[in-house]
Design a binder for this molecule. Structure first.
Ligand SMILES: Cc1ncc(COP(=O)(O)O)c(C=O)c1O
Length: 385
């Protein structure tokens, strides 16, 4: 049904387009299931909007104009119940530069940054690049085998000089959607220790679990909103990372000014196609997104069943969001899990840069046949041992 409309089962060949995901294994018989880039063609409405922008024929410097700004504000209100103001926004070419700049803007050289691991590697690299101390606190498992923030460990680890907590919500790579209760506890923690919260919510529209609901951190309470830098983009959801259009939302004028001062002369303008894609995604992309979530939900079920039946030595815990499955492969006793699977035709992300030794991450934002092929190759690989 979904495929007849959007063709998630049949994706164009990406050879010759400089695809980071595909070129890594160019000329090798390896199914690329690594970096967070889906193989799906984006929504037809976005393609039409980009075509329209292309037809204009002039691709000059572009400032945040009414259409994308209104699209973002309407989307935040409609989708997340957040009535943001235009002057709280800063458009940026990516979240990663924003995370790095936050470490410069808000943390002095003798102060520290805290985050919860395993996590998207730039969270770990950013404090290091800025020469700021990093405090890593591992996530913990609840009795129900769900990943959560370990508040006791965070209390024990926080220092008087800690200034920033970088949150990944939903959490890449474990796919957790934090509840309002967990976020409230985080809010209290930030308040108690006077921390600025960098809330990376790039995966917030990829919640495929119908029982989970994403809460935008800044909507929780006014005190938290005043100490939060929210980072968002339509790029993960609509498969537009190459358009390089993201944005920050900073309510507090002092924090916003600090951020804007730091990005001056360093961050370039978002390009005209990024704005056009962003506006079209938020204004017209919802039917495509709903179909995508259905497809991802089914891919997720296929992985869960396959792991249970064919690869029971791999620990795969329930997830609620993202198209990135986090596998604990400790029981396989492999010296180099990623190399082992590559040698058997499957390209996965290495857990080590996420601070997840003996873990690998599988991207299931791909056609079902490709996912099936990858899983079968993993199972065949393990039979060779
Ligand atoms: C949590 C998280 N933040 C940011 C990004 C990338 O952001 P950008 O491409 O806008 O720099 C990713 C990409 O996978 C991600 O998972």
């Amino acid at each position: 049904m979904t495929d007849s409309l959007y063709h998630f089962d049949t994706c164009p060949d990406r050879n010759g387009y400089g695809s980071l995901k595909w070129d890594k294994y160019k000329g090798r018989d390896i199914v690329p299931l690594w970096v967070a880039d889906m193989d799906f063609t984006t929504a037809p409405e976005i393609i039409a909007a980009l075509q329209d922008r292309l037809d204009h024929g002039i691709y000059g410097y572009t400032i945040p104009y009414e259409a994308p700004v209104k699209a973002v504000l309407d989307y935040l209100d409609r989708q997340h119940g957040y009535s943001a103001k235009a002057h709280w926004l800063n458009f940026l070419p990516g979240l990663v530069p924003a995370i790095n700049l936050c470490c410069h803007a808000f943390v002095a050289s003798d102060e520290s940054v805290m985050t919860a691991t395993p996590v998207y590697p730039p969270f770990l690299g950013a404090p290091d690049y800025a020469n700021r101390e990093l405090i890593k606190v591992p996530l913990c498992l609840t009795k129900g085998d769900t990943w959560t923030l370990d508040f006791d460990a965070m209390e024990a680890a926080v220092q008087p000089n800690t200034r920033l907590f970088i949150l990944c919500s939903p959490h890449n790579p474990v796919g957790r959607v934090y509840s309002r209760d967990e976020l409230s506890r985080l809010s209290e923690f930030c308040e108690k220790h006077d921390l600025i919260l960098i809330s990376d919510e790039i995966h917030c529209d990829l919640v495929f679990d119908q029982n989970a609901r994403h809460t935008l951190t800044a909507t929780l309470n006014e005190c938290l909103a005043a100490r939060t830098v929210t980072l968002m983009a339509p790029s993960k959801t609509y498969n537009l990372p190459g358009l390089a259009c993201a944005y920050s939302i900073i309510e507090d004028s002092k924090l916003r000014q600090q951020f804007q001062t730091t990005i001056r002369g360093i961050i370039t303008e978002v390009n005209c196609f990024g704005y056009a894609g962003c506006a079209a995604a938020y204004n017209h992309g919802e039917p495509w997104r709903q179909a995508l979530l259905t497809y991802l939900r089914d891919n997720y079920k296929i992985i869960s069943t396959f792991i249970q039946q064919e690869l029971p030595e791999i620990t795969f815990r329930p997830m609620q969001s993202t198209y990135l499955a986090w596998f604990d492969v400790t029981n396989l006793e492999l010296d180099h899990p990623v190399k082992f699977f590559e040698d058997h035709g499957v390209g996965l992300s290495d857990g080590v840069p996420f601070d997840g030794i003996q873990h690998v991450r599988l991207n299931f934002g791909c056609p079902r046949s490709r996912l099936q092929e990858g899983l079968e190759k993993m199972a065949a690989a393990l039979k060779t041992r």
